[in-house]
Structures are given as C-alpha cells and as structure tokens.
Design a protein around this ligand. Structure first.
Ligand code: AMP
Length: 419
C-alpha cells in the first residue's frame, strides 16, 4: 500500500517523502481515508504507531481544500488537544513538517511559559492549533481564542487527559466548538469515562484499533533484573556502561526519585538529566532536545513528563521503579522499538515490587524473562518498613513459584536471607 492510494495530495506526499516515510502504518491506512471523507474516528492506538500523521495529514489536506472559501481571514479551523507540553510540541513539529508545502499556519500553545508570544501568533491568524487544555482554557477566557469555526477537533491521549485532571477543561473547550464539526478521539485505554465521552461526542465513528493496550510491540526485548532497592543506583550505572547503549530513557515513580537518579548517574560519570513537572519548561525542553539529538546519553523521567515522547533510535528503556499501574509499563517500554526498530526494555524489581511485576505479566499474558547474570542480585527478602501494611497484604507468597526465582537462586548460593 502506498500513500498515493490513500488519496493524499502531492504537496503532502512530497513532505511525507522528505520525512522518510515510504509506506503508511496500519493506523494511517485505516484512518487517513476515513478522516479525508469527513468521518468521526475513535482510535485505540499505542504510541509509536504513527497516529500523529494518521490524524494530522488528512486534517491538513482538508484545511487546504477548504482554504479558498475562507477568503483572507484565518480563523482556527482545526484544534488538537493533547495532555502534555512535550506532546503538544512534538505534534506541532510533525504538523509543520507534513504541511511544509502548504500555505497553512499552525501554532502551539501550552502552559509554563510566557503567554505573550502565543498571543502574538494567535493574533496573526492560525489554521491549525495544537494546545494543552489548561493554557487554551486560560486564553479563551481572556478572549484571545474563538473556536466557533472549528471544523475538525482531535482529542489525543484522552485517557491521559482524564488522569491528569484535564477533563473539565476539555469539556468546557468542546462546548465552545460547533456541533457539526468532525471529531477524532484517540486513547490508548478506554476507561468508562472516556467511553461515555466518545459516545456523546462521536457521530457514527470509524473505529480503528491498532494493538490492544496490553500488547507491547514485538520488536521490544524485555527482561527483569531482581535486585534490592538500595542497590538499584549501582545496578543502573553498571547496566548503562555494560550495555554500551548510547541513548537510555530511565523511568522513576516520583519527581524526587528522577532528580536523585540523574544526580547519582552524573556522579558516576554518566551524563544524565531529569525531566518532570517541577522543572521549568525551558529546562525540560533543553534536556529533551539534547536527548533527542543524542547529545545527552541518559534522560530520567516521570511518566507524565515522558508520555508519548518520540525519540528516534532509543536503545534502551529502564524501569528503575516498576509502575503501580500495569498499563503504564506498556506505555513506558513503547518508547523504544518504534517504527519497526528493535529496542530493549529493562526493569529493576525489588522484593516489594514483585506483586507489581506479577500484575504486569498478567496483563501481557506472558512472563518477563529474568536476567540473572549481574553483580547486584536480590538479597533482601523482607518488605521495606514504611510499606509494611501494603506489602504484607500483597506479599508474594512463595518466591519459588517463579521459575528461577531470585530467592531460590541466591539463597542456593549461600546468600543471607532477610535484611
Ligand atoms: P507517532 O505514533 O505518531 O508518535 O509516530 C511514531 C514514529 O513513527 C515517529 O517517529 C514518526 O515520525 C514515525 N512514523 C510515522 N509514520 C511513519 C511511516 N509511515 N513510516 C515511517 N515512520 C513513520
């Protein structure tokens, strides 16, 4: 299947060729003709599937086709709502690249930076606006933005907007758009609230489901290192050096943890920086662009800061802490192994995290293979004191139930049990 067969105009075909895309991804094959035809769409798609082009290419084409009738004025005719600043910027950059041969104007707005340049850009007229809900809501309340002529609306990563508490802003924003617009809703998971929202917003939508949320890409090689909480620091430095990986994304559960891990790596002589919600927008963007251009070897991030971030040739993802929510694991490891490349996803698991690992394996329907050959094996087989009540409840019963379990293996080597 070629892009030509999807009905895409030459201006966009040339830009896709410039971007190095030869054939459409499955979601593009299904979504592009439907969106071009003006249909609503409900997309259940993993990140890394090419969903940005799946919605932005046909939207740009529609904006271009209807441009003549609009005369000289440039009202906002397409709006993309996305949860994080990084995603907003990434979508904007993609839209600029895909639309490079079209006389259309795109603009991105998000919080955490001065709103003045955004006001200026809006004043000049914008065809396609990409925004995070909070800042858009602010600018609308201040009278800088009108959405009464929006023809296409995209809700990207709707489940994450819900998790981040944006859903009220999103609903307020939608209420200001025309009823008869085209709506596309993308969500990696379908919690009840998103399903209800989809029901009320979408009119006879085309449904596109590329891979169930629980299925990580086949190209990702996964493994788990059983270790102790106190040893993760050294294990990470060892792993990064031992693997020789030139581009490593490390996930921690907390902002504080992200700072600590990047500091420790830096002290160990490995260039690393952290991104999370408490960092200034400038610092986040700087770290991210250094990482994307492979000038920075290790980026340490929390889930929210890293959601959906697309990094070309990311060699390895490390789960320094296992996520509480199993689906987050699938999203995290989806950062690597993108666009047909292979990638490696390594998880550190201490005694307290074993129930989390079991949940992840249950969700994926398969075991994560253990990597036993490393210098920092698990030796502590009791829960950390502060997590005692929960750990007791979830205590992994016999360690021996897992084939090659660390308890048996290390104990067999005469390693002390207990802390
Ligand atoms: P997305 O899921 O939109 O974040 O896209 C994931 C990655 O795949 C990005 O780096 C895109 O540039 C790339 N990509 C999207 N569509 C194609 C395509 N048809 N061929 C090759 N790469 C693509």
């Amino acid at each position: 299947m070629d892009f030509e067969k999807l009905g895409i105009i030459p201006e966009l075909l040339n830009a896709l060729r410039d971007a190095g895309y030869e054939t459409p991804t499955p979601i593009q094959e299904e979504a592009i003709p439907a969106v071009l035809a003006g249909r609503d769409l409900l997309g259940c798609a993993q990140t890394g599937t090419g969903k940005t082009a799946a919605f932005s290419v046909p939207i740009l084409q529609r904006l271009f086709a209807r441009r003549a009738r609009q005369g000289g004025s440039r009202p906002i005719r397409a709006l993309v709502l996305t949860p994080t600043r990084e995603l907003a910027l990434q979508i904007y950059e993609s839209c600029v690249a895909y639309g490079r041969y079209l006389p259309l104007r795109s603009c991105v707005i998000f919080g955490g930076v001065s709103q003045k340049p955004q006001e200026e850009a809006l004043r000049k007229g914008v065809d396609l606006l990409i925004a995070t809900p909070g800042r858009l809501d602010d600018l609308m309340n201040q009278g800088f933005i009108r959405l009464n002529l929006v023809e296409s609306l995209v809700l990207d990563e709707a489940d994450r907007m819900l998790d981040m508490g944006f859903i009220r802003d999103v609903k307020r924003i939608i209420a200001k758009t025309p009823k008869d617009k085209q709506t596309l809703l993308f969500s990696a998971t379908m919690p009840r609230e998103i399903a209800t929202m989809a029901d009320s917003l979408l009119n006879d939508p085309v449904k596109v489901s590329v891979a169930p949320a629980a299925t990580p890409a086949e190209a990702i090689e996964q493994c788990v290192y059983f270790t102790d909480k106190a040893k993760k620091r050294k294990l990470l430095a060892w792993l990064i050096e031992d693997s020789g990986a030139d581009s490593v994304l490390v996930f921690t559960r907390t902002k504080h943890g992200a700072d600590r891990v990047s500091r420790d790596l830096f002290r160990a002589g490995i260039p690393a920086q952290a991104i999370h919600g408490d960092k200034s927008q400038g610092a986040r963007q700087r770290a991210l662009s250094q990482f994307k251009s492979h000038q920075l070897r290790v980026l340490v991030a929390t889930d929210i800061a890293a959601r959906g971030i697309d990094i070309d040739r990311l060699a390895m993802v490390v789960n320094y802490d296992l996520p509480e929510d199993s689906e987050t694991y699938v999203h995290r490891i989806g950062r690597t192994g993108r666009a047909g490349r292979t990638g490696r996803a390594v998880s550190f698991c201490d005694y307290d995290e074993m129930p989390l690992l079991r949940d992840i394996e249950k969700l994926m329907g398969r075991q994560v293979p253990e990597q036993a050959d490393h210098p920092y094996p698990m030796e502590v087989f009791t829960s950390a004191p502060k997590r005692q009540p929960q750990a007791k409840r979830n205590r992994p019963r016999p360690l021996q139930t897992r084939k090659g379990a660390p308890g048996r293996r290390t104990a067999g080597r005469g390693v002390r049990r207990g802390s």
